[in-house]
Design a protein around this ligand. Sequence first.
Ligand code: ATP
Ligand code: MG
Length: 294
Amino acid sequence: MNVELKERTEAGTQDVKERRVVHVATVDRGDDPPTDAREVVFDLQELSCYYGSFRAVRDISIQIHRNQITAIIGPSGCGKSTLLRSFNRMNDLVDSARVEGKVLYHGVDLYDPAIDPVEVRRRIGMVFQKPNPFPKSIYDNVAFGPKVAGFKGRKAEMDELVERSLRKAAIWDEVKDKLDTMGTALSGGQQQRLCIARAIAVEPEVILMDEPCSALDPIATLKIEELMRELKENYTIVIVTHNMQQAARASDVTAFLTMGDDRAGYLVEMAPTQQLFTSPANRLTEDYITGRFG
Ligand SMILES: Nc1ncnc2c1ncn2[C@@H]1O[C@H](COP(=O)(O)OP(=O)(O)OP(=O)(O)O)[C@@H](O)[C@H]1O
Ligand SMILES: [Mg+2]
């Protein structure tokens, strides 16, 4: 893997007095097949999300590809979380929320009345901004999802599932001797990895992450990013982040959203991450990633 540090300078326009330099480290994943050649997991067709009469997200048509990390960036309030939650029907939990348009998951309309939202959320897991372990032991945090889903195996099989999930979330070594300790007693970064283990335990295909590192220090953040890169071998990841460096470092593809005068968020552009950060097609993207807006 070839890590390239690109330095962007922009002082071109006369009205910009101050010279800004933005350091963006992007990772060139040389051997990956082009995005178009990959299996499509999500196909959004003119998706709009409403809260009552307020349209929070407008006409988004994008595709999310398998085993890739897709980052969603954009200014606060532009609808990133709303969009992310539409991927696993988490918005259903808000009474006033509804969608127009389509979210196809492997070609199946997720909002078809015949679809069970609980099963949707098992296949498409979610990790939130604030680590939110249950007030239970580390072991029970991980075992909870499989139990609810009807896990019928013996104790030894559950032990194995718990260990495997904690290993995949790169936290096993730190907790293996204290599985009976409360999950809430771990550090913030450990709690977030525990939440990732909990999400993985039900064997989802997709992991949605909404600013998973915003409550973490830089070292814990790098750990989660490293973990994401390992996880993408087996999972498809969509991450919302405010951290431009994180999007640049960790993702394969980036979607930039902004909002119009009506405050509805819309897609400005979506492109391979390196391209979006080094030669954005749209002036709005350039303004945002160079810090002139948002
Ligand atoms: N439960 C809700 N009820 C009503 N309006 C909501 C609800 N959740 C979000 N909104 C509105 O929808 C718009 C998009 O919100 P959303 O949380 O998706 O933005 P965001 O891009 O994730 O912002 P941030 O970066 O601050 O997390 C905002 O105008 C917000 O006020
Ligand atoms: Mg948000």
